[in-house]
Design a protein around this ligand. Structure first.
Ligand code: NDP
Ligand code: 2IT
Length: 443
């Protein structure tokens, strides 16, 4: 049995029931084989065994009082995965489905993603099973303040810098940072995705979606194509989806679908993003309300966007939202590129189908790295007490996404095949992690 196969088997056995974590391990470890063969020092140094085990996992109680006066208790998590490159860095997710398994798979992926950015950030992830949907602003604030009353002792500008993810946007980050500052008495920028008025970076809100489109642009360029006049199918209607749509539209594409967990809209004339922003960012409403604003639009409360014929597919909602049947539909419709805005958007069988087809598949740890990359830029601005213009940040984001594409595509050619951006991203991230971990000794 190879080194990677042995560690995969042992890690799965050691973490029973953590199916998302198993999936991430199964997607990553086997692709590292060619690199591990070339670098026997990795096995000698127990590199993989150390990499799959988080440095620290924190689970805590979050009690808070709802608007009716009742006490509620949620569970909080922070998994500090790997600090070889810098402070742990990764988002916080609020969703009822969150458990230790979710946070571990996200933290593991994040470690590779952050390595690919080349910025000084380790990997981590956090979250809670709290559901912000339908809660008042006061309830969300009470919850966030209680979360930080425990979390503050584990985070800090040089130790662990959280950010947003599903269910955590500017409102939640403001409440979290405010309470962190109050308890610690320090304004040190811990938390990224802050509003630019009190220390956030311009361009962070847009960064994941824009970065996803910049990455996809590189893939299209390799095919001699551009976004112009392409039909783009997007899932989700949150932070990543909205700004992926915005940049794709700016580049001349037509975005024809968006969705939420209730259903999807199909607007063949091209989605009006101002309406989506109004519904989602201001009213916190449902995507179904879009049909009240525009004629000729269809709303489906069943089915999924991937059956809609398109040239480019950008999953931007959640994990495992694109399965084998969806992949078959996309391939059958001659979709050129599937690029992941969400983390682990695609099931394993769908990944295999896409890789065997002529559709190019780009994994999230490369394609959606723009968000955390601009978080890294926010940290740099905070520690130098400077603000960069939106243009400066966007320019840096473009360069980072291009560099990631170059790393991923050249690594794919060297160790697998040109189209295998999965191996390219995994080995690209791993090679840097290995080198740095070997230099820091057995820790
Ligand atoms: P948001 O909370 O802003 O939006 C999430 C969107 O996805 C909503 O439309 C939501 O619909 C939908 N969604 C969430 N969970 C599910 C589910 N279980 N089933 C169906 N639809 C669902 O989150 P983000 O846009 O920030 O995050 C989206 C994805 O992108 C996640 O996978 C996240 O990890 C990833 N990501 C985010 C980054 C960031 O900077 N924010 C960076 C890199 C990756 P509904 O409102 O109905 O729940
Ligand atoms: O998955 C991700 O990369 C994020 N949710 C963003 C993390 C960050 O620290 O900006």
């Amino acid at each position: 049995m190879s080194y990677a196969a042995r560690v995969l088997k042992e890690t799965i056995e050691k973490n029973p029931g953590q199916n998302h974590f198993h999936q991430a391990l199964t997607e990553i470890l086997p692709t590292l084989e060619p690199y591990l063969k070339e670098h026997p020092e990795c096995e000698k140094d127990g590199l993989l065994e150390r990499l799959v085990e988080p440095e620290r996992q924190i689970i805590f109680r979050i009690p808070w009082v709802d608007d009716s006066g009742a006490v509620q208790v949620n569970r909080g998590y922070r998994v500090q995965y790997n600090s070889v490159f810098g402070p742990y860095k990764g988002g916080i997710r609020f969703h009822p489905s969150v458990n230790l398994d979710t946070i571990k798979f996200l933290g593991f992926e994040q470690t590779f993603k952050n390595s690919l950015t080349g910025l000084p950030m380790g990997g981590g992830k956090g979250g809670s099973d709290f559901d912000p949907k339908g809660k008042s602003d006061r309830e969300v604030m009470a919850f966030c303040q209680s979360l930080v009353t425990e979390l503050y002792r584990h985070i800090g500008a040089d130790t662990d810098v959280p950010a947003g993810d599903i269910g955590v946007g500017a409102r939640e980050i403001g409440f979290i940072y405010g309470q962190y500052k109050r308890i610690t008495g320090v304004f040190d920028g811990t938390m990224t995705g802050k509003s630019p008025i009190y220390g956030g970076s311009l361009g962070r809100k847009e960064a994941t979606g824009y970065g996803l489109v910049y990455f996809t642009e590189q893939i299209l360029e390799s095919l001699g194509a551009t976004f112009k006049d392409k039909r783009v199918v997007i899932s989700g209607a949150g932070n990543v989806a909205i700004y992926a749509a915005e940049k794709a539209i700016q580049l001349g594409a037509k975005v024809i679908t968006m969705s939420d967990s209730n259903g999807y809209i199909l607007d063949k004339a091209g989605i009006n993003l101002d309406t989506v922003k109004l519904i989602k960012e201001q009213q916190r409403g449902r995507i179904s309300e879009y049909v009240k604003h525009h004629s000729g639009v269809e709303y489906f409360d069943k089915g999924i966007v991937w059956q809609v014929p398109c040239d480019i597919a950008l999953p931007c909602a959640t994990q495992n939202e694109l399965n084998g049947e969806d992949a078959k539909a996309l391939i059958g419709n001659n979709c050129l590129v599937v690029a992941e805005g969400s983390n682990m958007s695609t099931t394993m069988d769908a990944v295999h189908l896409l890789q065997k087809s002529s559709t190019i598949y780009a994994p999230g740890k490369a394609a959606n790295a723009g968000g955390v990359a601009v978080s890294g830029l926010e940290m740099a601005q905070n520690s130098s007490r400077l603000f960069w213009t939106a243009e400066e940040v966007d320019q840096k984001l473009r360069v980072i996404m291009k560099n990631i594409y170059t790393t991923v595509s050249t690594t794919a050619i060297k160790y697998a095949e040109k189209k295998d951006l999965v191996a390219g991203a995994n080995i690209g991230g791993f090679a840097r992690l290995c080198e740095a971990m070997l230099l820091q000794g057995v820790i």
